[in-house]
Ligand binder design. Structure first.
Ligand code: DX5
Ligand code: ZN
Length: 221
């Protein structure tokens, strides 16, 4: 069995009490925190920056933080997020002028690096950089918003990404992001994913009366 990881996207958390939300979701069994960074330029939405990542670290969050950069340009923010405590930094190849340089920048700081593939973006971007990749993130929605429906064509893309990872022989994580829920996660895992981002499904499932409030959904994932 693969080493599966659940990465709740805090895009769907209550930002008025973010530290508590992150503590609760980790206490309920989440493995890492998915941190969606949007710039109202590369994607039509605006979210959170490195100060919020740093604040989570100061709050005491020790779990891996997986920073998904939906920004252009990317290079300046790569350093800022690593300084702020990111463990993974992933970016969209279309958003970087020099993909290899951006990957090297992440790796040179001892951080794990990944490329993110929109629904219509070809995996061919991986052809010459597999040796610098620690994570491949397959978008199963168009980036920008939580709460969208899973695009089924992502399953074929996951299978193709899994083939490439297995052929590389490298320990690359295969992450999926968008519309993942307890209802479709088994099918997504069967297509080869091992790291599951889920925002609205997890945060909508909380039971505010219950201390282990995310166990209901995390237990089924
Ligand atoms: C979308 C983001 C996702 C999003 C997932 O651009 O990258 O991480 O928050 O949310 P759900 O699980 O609600 O589709
Ligand atoms: Zn994301």
């Amino acid at each position: 069995m693969r080493d599966y990881k659940i990465a709740p996207s805090i895009l769907s958390a209550n930002f008025a009490c973010l530290g508590q939300e992150v503590d609760d979701v980790l206490a309920s069994g989440a493995d890492m925190i998915h941190f969606d960074v949007m710039d109202n330029h590369y994607v039509p939405n605006l979210t959170i920056g490195p100060m919020v990542c740093e604040a989570l670290r100061k709050h005491g969050v020790s779990a891996p933080i997986d920073c998904h950069l939906m920004v252009t340009p990317v290079d300046q923010l790569i350093g800022d997020f690593i300084d702020a405590g990111a463990d993974y930094v992933t970016f969209h190849p279309e958003a970087s002028q020099h993909i290899d340089r951006s990957l090297q920048l992440i790796k040179s700081r001892g951080c794990k690096a990944g490329l993110v593939f929109n629904p219509a973006t070809s995996l061919a971007y991986l052809d010459y950089v597999m040796d610098k990749i620690d994570m491949i993130l397959i978008m199963s929605v168009n980036p920008g918003f939580g709460g969208q429906s899973f695009i089924p064509a992502a399953l074929d893309k996951l299978r193709e990404a899994r083939r490439r990872i297995d052929a590389s022989g490298r320990p690359i994580r295969l992450e999926v992001d968008g519309g993942v829920s307890a209802d479709n996660i088994a099918e997504i895992a069967a297509a080869g994913a091992d790291t599951f981002v889920s925002g609205s499904s997890i945060f909508k499932a909380r039971n505010l009366e219950d201390a282990n409030r995310y166990d209901g959904i995390l237990g089924r994932m």
